[in-house]
Design a protein around this ligand. Structure first.
Ligand code: PLP
Length: 404
């Protein structure tokens, strides 16, 4: 048995290629290991496949927090219809990448007055998540002499099942309970804010298209119930499309997920003619396009077990060790990237270089014989990698990021 790379990656000789380039060459370009490489062609292809599966006219928005690398954002700005920021700094990154200010939004609980002012001054949409925030947005409007554009983030009543991470339904710090929304809409009118519509983010990392369909149906019904007396001009129905992080999980059925969006778009469009619908996605657009590459620094045995200690670690890629946003620890798929096609001959535990038992990329994994200097490629690392890891932990330098 030999390890083969996931779809979209190639092999030249015994080396993995990313965006057509051999990993060892990328390591030289990066100035060494560890590094991240994001394949721009893979991002473009993913967006094109998604567009093909979605009904025409549904806006595709990218959640910057999944991966805010500047060059990646500049690549994506012309390919998507909007960027969703979670902070003023992400908002500025979106502006710098060339996204039109009106196509930017800022969301999240507990936005600071400075975050809100920055968004209002830029002309971005503010996704309000509480009644108190409406007042802060109005203040920012007064300070900047602009009429703030707002969306209301709705927390549906019922918990929505089927997402790896549930972020809507039941008691949540995110959004506004559906039954409180009418009061918030009245406050928006009283402050004469520019009400643009509704937003619902029900969850993340869903791989089952049938469950996504059920979630969108709940969202559609909930938002329809809040559409009068002031009809929304735009509605963001969430996203939630997941990617397979383990060899045993099947990828999302994109055709079925696209059909689910079409059903909800049909329902909302029938009752709210002219409403524009948007989908916001992070990991689905960039997660599978990214690889984290580190080098084996040491090969050692302990009580008969082989340990390959790399120069990487959870300080760069915490999620890859299964310690970020996961209930059950599931490390990401990886290969010995300089031993592709070679027969599997041993089992090894592959660790990072941090002095914590959490810093493990793979346990007792069957691999070809590998030695110091061989490169390890960890897939599914394009989202929630560099920016979502505790980079200050132990004080090692950050990983270089390449867009290839
Ligand atoms: C994080 C986030 C997303 C993106 O989630 P993914 O799982 O990366 O697709 C979308 N919308 C909101 C409001 C978010 O906070």
């Amino acid at each position: 048995m030999t390890a083969s790379p996931p779809p979209g990656f190639g092999v030249i000789g015994n080396e993995l290629t990313i965006g057509g380039q051999r990993v060892s060459q990328l390591a030289r370009i990066a100035g060494g290991t560890p590094f991240y490489a994001y394949d721009r062609g893979a991002v473009s292809a993913r967006i094109a496949a998604l567009r093909a599966a979605l009904p025409a006219g549904v806006a595709l928005r990218y959640s910057l927090k999944a991966n805010p690398m500047a060059a990646l954002l500049a690549h994506m700005a012309p390919l998507v219809d909007g960027f969703d920021a979670a902070s003023a700094s992400e908002l500025r990154a979106g502006l710098a990448a060339g996204m039109a200010p009106a196509a930017l939004s800022i969301a999240g609980p507990g936005k600071s007055p400075a975050d809100i002012l920055s968004a209002v001054a830029a002309g971005a949409l503010v996704v309000v998540e509480s009644l108190a925030e409406v007042g802060r947005v109005a203040q920012a409007g007064n300070a900047s002499g602009l009429r703030p554009r707002v969306l209301v983030r709705v927390n549906p009543e019922a918990e929505i099942q089927g997402a790896g991470l549930r972020m809507g339904g039941g008691a949540r710090p995110f959004g506004i309970d559906a039954d409180q929304v009418p009061g918030v809409l009245a406050a928006i009118a009283a402050h004469d804010l520019d009400y643009q519509g509704l937003h619902c983010f029900w969850g993340s990392q869903a791989l089952d298209a049938e469950r996504i369909a059920r979630a969108f149906a709940v969202v559609g019904q909930t938002l329809l119930g809040l559409a009068s007396p002031r009809p929304p001009r735009q509605i963001i129905i969430g996203g939630g499309f997941g990617i397979p992080y383990t060899p045993t999980s099947a990828p999302l059925d994109l055709a079925r997920a696209g059909a689910a969006v079409a059903e909800t778009a049909g329902l909302l469009g029938d009752h709210l003619p002219g409403v524009s619908l948007g989908l916001e996605l992070g990991r689905f657009l960039v997660g599978e396009a990214g690889v984290y590459v580190c080098a084996i620094r040491e090969s050692k045995r302990s009580r008969g077990n082989l340990f390959l200690v790399t120069d990487g670690g959870l300080h760069h890629n915490q999620a890859a060790t299964g310690n970020f946003g996961q209930v059950v620890r599931r490390p990401y798929p990886l290969v010995i990237a300089t031993r592709m096609g070679e027969p599997v001959s041993e089992r090894a535990t592959i660790t990072g270089c941090l002095c914590t038992p959490l810093d493990v990329f793979a346990e007792a994994l069957a691999i070809p014989a590998a030695a110091e200097g061989d490169l390890v490629a960890i897939f599914q690392s394009g989202a929630y990698g560099a920016s979502a890891s505790p980079s200050a932990f132990l004080g090692h330098p950050p990983a270089v990021e390449l867009l290839v």
